[in-house]
Design a protein around this ligand. Sequence first.
Ligand SMILES: [Zn+2]
Length: 107
Amino acid sequence: MDDPLPQKPGFRRRVACPVCGARDIERIYSGSYDRDPVKSLVASNFASQGLVDWNLLIGVALDIDKCLSCYLIYQVEEPDEAMLNVIYTQMITPRFLDEYESKLLSN
Ligand SMILES: [Zn+2]
């Protein structure tokens, strides 16, 4: 049996509240990773942490919903496992995390 192809990093859209499962939601923000203001925010946030692979963010929405049942505010697009790996190895480098955690522990 062949090994499955490596998963391309991406995002899944949540169709219900991740806490209570309700589908009665309100969209409170709609944006995109490849357009401002989200693009500038991502660029400035990760500038000191690692490298952003913008090819993985082309056309990816950044929508924020509010659950009308439990009032949780959450990001509709959640990174899949491959994207989480990119985020926590490239966008946030292990070196940055080590230094960040050391700072927290020494304060
Ligand atoms: Zn909820």
